[in-house]
Design a protein around this ligand. Structure first.
Ligand code: NI
Length: 405
């Protein structure tokens, strides 16, 4: 596939663009290899083995088995300068692929439906380029291949294993291929880019009985139905309307027969928000609503509330750097999406809690090739031209950030 994107004069004039374009065949090969052999979180054994083997072939001495399947490679330029980390996630999803492309998943019920195969290929491309171009930066670049982004989360255990130390990382960057944006567009934002992701499970215990004798029962299904609707008031009537919060109940189980009043009901859901200050408030407010509804009708409840990922918050100076680089890499009219935001969650957030950094979206949809399915869809696929653009974005960010000190 030929990259036909309009590019700035600067990008065309220097030698980086052709060098990255020369990697395109390998990028596609790696990506398709990962795509055919997807692995779920903390089971990325073969993916990590391929990554490790490639890194060793280019002279790296990668550390393996970090947080089970994570891989880290460090490259020093030999000149003093900052330490910049780049992060890619490697895991796939429990989805049966419905695409019929020759490189479709060969593993039943497992699929790279989020583009993490592309992220891993992009970081390999960066590794390959840097190994041959140490003169292009000062300081040190650390490449972090992370497991289990889709849950339960590989970033936190990698940080606990010390990947941000020895040498100490000064800043971190990451990207997500993004089918919500057209190929080549870059979505970046200073401050909150992605939302905190909390999960809750509620079990309501009533008293079951005959469908014709409600006076002898406590109807857990009716109470749970009230909980579902009243939880929306948490957003609509309790939150500042200028403060984005989403409450979604995605699971509701109750009842066994048409003529039986349900003894118990279970609900499962998620809450998303940008403002970290809401983290302690939300479970309290949720519980107050559930407790009130249950108490009023004589039911008992059990609430299990978990903060899964904090919000992804970009440092202004690194967001500015990514924006500046994006203007060099892509110059389509819609090329820059300055205030891109989503209520989706990402465990890149944990890295960004530790060191300043920037996570950004790289557009990968192409309607002309029917590559427009959303992430996590069984027909998800993306325009592989984005792979080279991802490598170029990262390399130019390295060149900008890793100046001699
Ligand atoms: Ni993803």
């Amino acid at each position: 596939m030929v990259n036909t994107l309009p590019t700035s004069r600067r990008a065309v004039q220097d030698s980086l663009r052709p060098a990255v374009q020369a990697l395109q065949t390998e990028l596609v090969t790696w990506r398709r290899q990962f795509h055919q052999h997807p692995e779920l979180g903390f089971r990325e054994v073969n993916t990590a083995a391929v990554v490790t083997e490639q890194l060793r072939a280019w002279g790296y001495e990668p550390q393996t088995g970090i947080a089970q399947t994570g891989v880290v490679a460090t490259l020093s330029s030999g000149r003093p300068g900052p330490v910049l980390a780049l992060r890619a996630d490697m895991d796939a999803l429990p989805i049966q692929e419905l695409n019929t492309v020759p490189y479709r998943s060969r593993i039943d019920g497992v699929m790279h439906a989020c583009g993490h195969d592309g992220h891993t290929a992009i970081l390999l491309g960066v590794a390959r380029y840097l190994a041959a171009h140490r003169e292009s930066f000062a300081g040190t670049v650390k490449l972090i291949f992370q497991p289990a982004e889709e849950g339960p989360g590989g970033a936190k255990p990698m940080i606990e294993a010390g990947v941000l130390e020895h040498p100490k990382v000064d800043a971190i960057l990451g990207l997500h291929l993004w089918n919500d944006l057209p190929l080549g567009a870059v979505g970046v934002k200073s401050g909150p880019l992605m939302a905190a992701s909390d999960f809750f499970d509620i079990t309501i215990q009533g008293r079951g009985g005959h469908g014709a004798k409600p006076q002898q029962t406590i109807d857990a299904l009716v109470i749970a139905a009230q909980v579902v609707t009243v939880l929306q008031t948490l957003v609509a009537r309790q939150m500042d309307p200028l403060e984005p919060v989403v409450v979604t109940v995605g699971q509701f189980q109750a009842g066994t027969a048409r003529n039986v009043i349900a003894d118990n009901a279970t609900l499962g859901g998620t809450i998303r928000y940008f403002n970290p200050a809401l983290a302690p408030q939300l479970p309290e407010r949720l519980e107050t609503l559930v407790a009130g509804i249950c108490a009023a009708q004589g039911a008992h409840y059990r609430l299990d509330y978990r903060h899964l990922y904090p919000p992804v918050i970009n440092a202004p100076e690194l967001a500015a750097l990514v924006r500046e680089v994006a203007q060099v890499v892509v110059e389509t009219p819609s090329g820059m999406v300055p205030n891109c935001q989503t209520m989706g969650g990402e465990d890149m957030a944990f890295f960004l809690q530790e060191v300043p950094g920037c996570y950004f979206f790289l557009g990968s949809a192409n309607p002309d090739l029917a590559l427009t399915y959303p992430h996590h869809h069984p027909c998800f696929d993306f325009d592989e031209t984005a792979l080279g653009l991802g490598v170029e974005m990262f390399i130019r960010c390295i060149e900008h950030y890793c100046q001699p000190c």
